[in-house]
Design a binder for this molecule. Structure first.
Ligand SMILES: [Zn+2]
Length: 102
């Protein structure tokens, strides 16, 4: 039998009573040539992207994956999930911090 542990509070999740939430975070470097130095409209962006990709291919594989792409997967209990969706990127939000007051 597979047992799940909340990755946030480390509580064991009982499959009969607890709802398990899976949070997947995908972070990737955005190649968005439209927003790069718009005054140089005659630049060959495709060529630059090609060069960038070639540069990436020369890098060490683990270095490459950390630099341009990361994927995370978490199992959360319902309480931690509710807290997570209040503040998914961990920014300091007064609203989320004072949520439990009242
Ligand atoms: Zn939890």
């Amino acid at each position: 039998m597979i047992r799940y542990i909340c990755d946030c509070c480390k509580r064991e999740l009982d499959p009969n009573t607890d709802v398990r939430y899976v949070v997947k975070i995908e972070a990737a470097a955005a190649l968005d040539p439209q927003n790069v130095q718009p005054e140089e409209s005659d630049r060959d962006y495709l060529d630059e992207i090609q060069q960038y990709l070639e540069h990436l291919h020369q890098m060490d594989n683990s270095e490459l994956s950390e630099e341009v792409y990361r994927e995370f997967r978490f199992d959360l209990c319902s309480e931690c999930y509710k807290r997570f969706i209040q503040n998914p990127i961990g920014r300091e939000s007064a609203k989320a911090m004072h949520f439990s007051k009242n």
